[in-house]
Ligand binder design. Structure first.
Ligand code: SF4
Length: 116
């Protein structure tokens, strides 16, 4: 009496099918893990409250006294990520990236950075 439901051929086929699927699953997972975070929307409620703009040159210094000429995200203490990248993470807006040329009211000069 032999149980034919799990004969050698069936077990081998299943094992090979499983092995073949592993690299594809790995690629999908890797691609998902490397997906870039979304750009911060200027209309996002927190961004709007902080006066965030993608281009610091659009800040009206007469209306926003906190703005200092030459200040932008790339020379802000809160910006992280790789120097030179256009869009980078910011400690104030987790899960999003901000423009290196942007600005908001939380701007604090990065130590050693030249402003103005
Ligand atoms: S905290 Fe700094 S890096 Fe973040 S959005 Fe404001 S100015 Fe840009």
């Amino acid at each position: 009496m032999t149980d034919r439901r799990y004969d050698r051929r069936t077990v081998l086929k299943s094992a090979l099918a499983g092995l073949a699927a592993l690299p594809a699953a790995g690629l999908v997972q890797t691609a998902h893990a490397q997906a870039a975070p979304p750009h911060l929307d200027e209309k996002d409620p927190l961004a709007a409250a902080m006066g965030y703009v993608h281009d610091a040159k659009k800040v009206d210094a007469n209306k926003v006294p906190q703005y200092k000429k030459g200040a932008h995200c790339a020379n802000c203490l809160q910006m992280t990520g790789k120097d030179g990248d256009e869009w980078r993470p910011c400690n104030i807006f987790p899960g999003k990236v901000v423009n290196a040329n942007g600005w908001c009211k939380v701007w604090v000069v990065k130590p050693g950075a030249k402003v103005g």
